[in-house]
Design a protein around this ligand. Structure first.
Ligand code: GDP
Ligand code: IMO
Ligand code: MG
Length: 444
């Protein structure tokens, strides 16, 4: 049962898209289990670049089926426009895409509320959301008045449910300076989208269970990152879903015993987009250099990402709450050209020094750094650890031992080829029913 969860170990944008695309060479199915179009996963093949927001990053592999599972929130207009974009590129997404009929639907007023909360500053702390309606849609889900994708099959019923939701949101809309929309108008916009999406709807929990039973390779593609997880992140500066590995089970409808491995994606430094604590943030020229060299601008919003040094206690925290079994370190090449690199190894808190990530009292915690020598050589041509300069090896070794999780992949550029693969999550595609090893580890 080779099933692997890929999860961001930081605040998102770790390079999950690249690693999923790389690993899906041998995947039969890729499942997105949480979040929605707040995600932006970048895929680079040759000189071609594609950013997917809802559709799993496995879509570029013609043999791979892609599932949008029930833990997601889906904007039908964004989904159809992503499908159109893939069609234009000569891929045939509709034949390989399956959408859970239980995933919740983002409606135009969710986007309005999300946007107005951000722009007016009314309605809680200024989170710096992606303004894609994700938070309000999960609010409707928890309030048990959400619209699920399956309702696209019966737009008459959908209109009644939408009208009920609008009644519930009317005081909020008015407080934010907006008028409640017309449910009928929303449904008229949904009609052509429903015609495209309804044929893709299915009970994806059953589908994924069936492919796992057949021994096929399944990858669960996380969105956002552990520190943005609703339960385990830097609350309230988080997203509204279970972004961590546990979300793969709840968001897909499979049991924890079905998961074989959890691959944590760690950027070689740290970034964050949006508000909230970021103890190792650099607001100086070094931070600027990281942003410029790493092209750290939001894939969805284009916002400049905040940049900072690697925070090892937070990676250990992510290793713990996700049960990471392997690490993929990305963007090591971006660290080229610094005389010295710093890594946060502990925190000074009012209670004393700690190796733990003090997630609930970060405002009172001061990072303790260890300095490492930098290197000048470009790394994008490295294909084995032996190709790396000694200083880069030392940095990686320290990260691996500090995280307490073995290193499986090192990424040294955005392209598939710009990768050092130490272990591959999947063995070559199995024949149906064949037993495959959990991790294909070449003997050293
Ligand atoms: P995701 O949301 O985790 O999939 O990450 P994003 O796609 O939002 O951001 C990661 C960015 O880094 C994208 O522009 C990738 O093309 C790029 N990228 C991924 N891995 C590497 C790497 O190893 N080196 C460099 N220089 N860029 C990378
Ligand atoms: P990927 O999958 C980075 C951040 C937003 C904001 C907070 C809440 O590309 O790594 P939301 O719109 O979800 O209500 O915003 O979460 N955020 C992300 N940051 N990468 C992402 O996704 C993100 N998705 C949401 O910036 O701080
Ligand atoms: Mg991203």
């Amino acid at each position: 049962m080779p099933t692997v969860v890929i999860v961001g170990a930081q605040w998102g944008d770790e390079g999950k898209g690249k690693i999923v695309d790389l690993c899906t060479e041998s995947a039969d199915v890729v499942v997105r289990y949480a979040g929605g179009p707040n995600a932006g996963h970048t895929l680079v093949v040759g000189d071609d670049k594609l950013i997917v927001r809802l559709i799993p990053s496995g879509i570029l592999r013609q043999q791979t089926r892609c599932v949008l599972a029930q833990g997601m929130v889906i904007d039908p207009a964004v989904l159809v426009s992503e499908m159109d974009e893939l069609e234009r590129r000569g891929l045939s997404p509709a034949t390989r895409l399956v959408v859970s009929d239980r995933a919740h639907m983002i409606l135009p007023f969710h986007v309005t509320i999300d946007t107005l909360r951000e722009t007016t500053g009314k309605g809680g702390p200024k989170l710096g959301t992606t303004k894609r309606g994700v938070g309000p849609t999960y609010e409707d889900k928890a309030a048990r008045r959400g619209l699920r994708m399956g309702e696209l099959r019966d737009l008459g019923k959908a209109q009644r449910l939408i009208a009920d939701a609008i009644v519930a949101w009317t005081p909020t809309l008015r407080a934010l300076g907006a008028e409640p929309p017309d449910a009928g108008a929303i449904v008229r916009e949904l009609e052509p989208l429903a015609a495209r999406i309804v044929p893709l709807l299915a009970d994806t929990s059953r589908l994924v269970d069936e492919v796992i039973r057949k021994g096929q390779n399944v990858m669960f593609e996380g969105a956002q990152g552990t520190l943005l997880d609703l339960d385990h992140g830097t609350y309230p500066f988080v997203t509204s879903s279970s972004a961590s590995a546990a979300g793969a089970c709840a968001g897909t409808g499979i049991g924890p015993t079905r998961i074989d491995a959890v691959l944590g994606i760690v950027k070689a430094y740290a970034t964050r987009v949006g508000g909230g604590p970021f103890p190792t943030e650099l607001t100086d020229a070094t931070g600027e250099k990281l942003r410029a060299d790493g092209a750290e601008f939001g894939a969805v919003t284009g916002r400049p990402r905040r940049t900072g040094w690697l925070d090892l206690p937070s990676i250990r925290y992510a290793a713990r709450v996700n049960g990471l079994s392997e690490l993929a370190v990305t963007k090591l090449d971006v660290l080229t050209g610094h005389t010295e690199l710093q890594v946060c190894v502990a925190y000074d808190t009012p209670e004393g020094r700690t190796d733990e990530f003090p997630i609930d009292r970060l405002e009172h915690a001061k990072p303790v750094y260890k300095a490492f020598p930098g290197w000048r050589e470009p790394l994008d041509g490295a294909r084995s650890l032996a190709d790396l300069p000694a200083a880069a090896r030392t940095y990686l070794d320290f990260l691996e031992s500090g995280a307490g999780v073995p290193l499986g992949i090192v990424s040294v550029g955005p392209r598939r080829s710009e990768t050092i693969v130490l272990t591959t999550p999947f063995a070559p595609r199995p024949s149906p029913g064949a037993k495959t090893p959990r991790w294909d580890r070449p003997s050293s």
